[in-house]
Design a protein around this ligand. Structure first.
Ligand code: SIN
Ligand code: CO
Length: 385
């Protein structure tokens, strides 16, 4: 499959897109990609929607009323879809169809960790999920059929008590019809609605991750516990040396709130702690790797590679790296942080596969063997014969 770059409209380059549109404004990109290269047969998408562990939805519309069913679906359910106004949406398609990692690779103008997953929807005429807002950036790539996108306008409240998070009113400012190859970029929080024009409408959504405070705070608690459980004496703690006599001993005064904030701030000012919690959070896999069969030792990894076996990354595993100092880095793997040298962490994080030849440019073979064994034992990589 030919490698193809994202084609921004009107001679715009990726830097101009990031400066003017990313997180800010919608952008319609006519013929941004070659649709034929990324097509999927409807029956292949529907068969993924039947797999155990899949995250899939079936949304049907009768007039203004939407119903939501969650997968995995039985074959009999997908055999009796209504004639019109239905849509099947499947998340994390890059895990089920690893060729979609090739599409993710075309978004190299954004950090890899920001990309969440590839969702693919298949809709019959009139199908869609209704007017809504998403919390995340998304590139909506039409690969087959046509879809009318309406977007923009005020962000009205949600319909109360509905199974889908639909907007109670929708007053779009723009309408475009996406043909195969067209991409609509939408920033977070922008109202939108996509309706299939005709049957066989397939839209590939490249969705992004942006961790919220709740997730980061959860991770902070975990990371802080891991850091200070062995070293309780060093744990930052509330302190109030030199305090004034209390006016009311039952009061929790503002000065104590400030002291508590200083404890939290000490953690937030610790770059390596924040790096750890961010890296762990954003490498959480949508589908965790299947457990490894037998534990392997580092020397076994080297021997198997030398014998011509190849290691491949599990299609759902997520890796990233962060440099802490000249000597130390963190390699994040599926929600955990492993210690590595900076060169090795960078070398491993980008790897889809490892064969004997790849070790030629590997920074430190002995340390690499240790980490590769760890990755195999976690299921993040596996051997192929
Ligand atoms: C779709 O129906 O494929 C896209 C759903 C969305 O607007 O997020
Ligand atoms: Co949306």
């Amino acid at each position: 499959m030919a490698e193809q770059a994202f084609r921004f409209p009107g001679g715009m380059d990726a830097a101009a897109f990031l400066a003017g549109y990313w997180q800010r404004r919608a952008l319609f990109c006519a013929q941004a990609f070659d649709a034929a290269a990324w097509r999927i047969e409807p029956e292949d998408l529907l068969s993924v929607a039947m797999e155990d562990g899949v995250s899939a939805r079936l949304v049907s519309r009768q007039g203004d009323a939407f119903t939501l069913e969650s997968g995995p679906f039985a074959e009999e359910r997908l055999d009796r879809l209504p004639a019109r106004c239905w849509s099947v949406l499947v998340q994390a398609m890059e895990v089920w169809e690893p060729r979609y990692h090739g599409l993710i690779a075309l978004f190299g103008f954004l950090p890899r960790w920001r990309i969440d997953d590839i969702m693919i929807s298949l809709a019959g005429d009139g199908g869609g999920v209704g007017p809504h807002v998403d919390q995340y950036d998304v590139f909506l790539f039409q690969v087959a059929g046509r879809r009318r996108w309406s977007f923009g306008g005020p962000r009205h409240p949600l319909v109360e008590g509905a199974p889908l998070r639909l907007l109670s009113r929708f007053e779009p400012e723009e309408v475009v019809v996406a043909e195969p190859g067209d991409v609509l970029y939408l920033p977070p929080g922008l109202p939108h609605d996509g309706v299939a024009l005709g049957d066989g409408c397939i839209t590939v959504s490249i969705g992004f991750r942006a961790p919220g405070l709740v997730d980061l705070a959860d991770r902070l608690a975990e990371a802080a516990a891991a850091r200070w459980q062995e070293e309780v004496e060093a744990e930052p703690r509330f302190g109030d040396a030199g305090r004034a006599l209390p006016a009311d001993p039952w009061e929790l005064p503002a000065s104590d709130i400030a002291r508590a904030r200083a404890v939290l701030q000490a953690a937030l000012d610790d770059d390596s702690l924040v790096a750890r919690l961010l890296g762990e959070q954003v490498t959480m896999p949508r589908l965790p790797p299947p457990p490894a069969e037998d534990a392997v030792a580092p020397e076994t990894v080297l021997a198997r590679l030398a014998a011509g076996e190849r290691m491949e990354r599990w299609s759902g595993s997520r890796l990233a790296h962060h440099v802490l100092s000249q000597e130390a880095a963190l390699l994040f793997v599926d929600g955990d942080a492993l210690a590595a040298t900076p060169a090795l962490a960078a070398w491993l994080a980008r790897r889809d596969a490892v064969a004997a030849d790849d070790l030629a440019d590997c920074p430190d073979r002995a340390e690499a063997a240790e980490l590769l064994a760890e990755l195999v034992n976690r299921g993040a990589f596996g051997f192929l014969r």
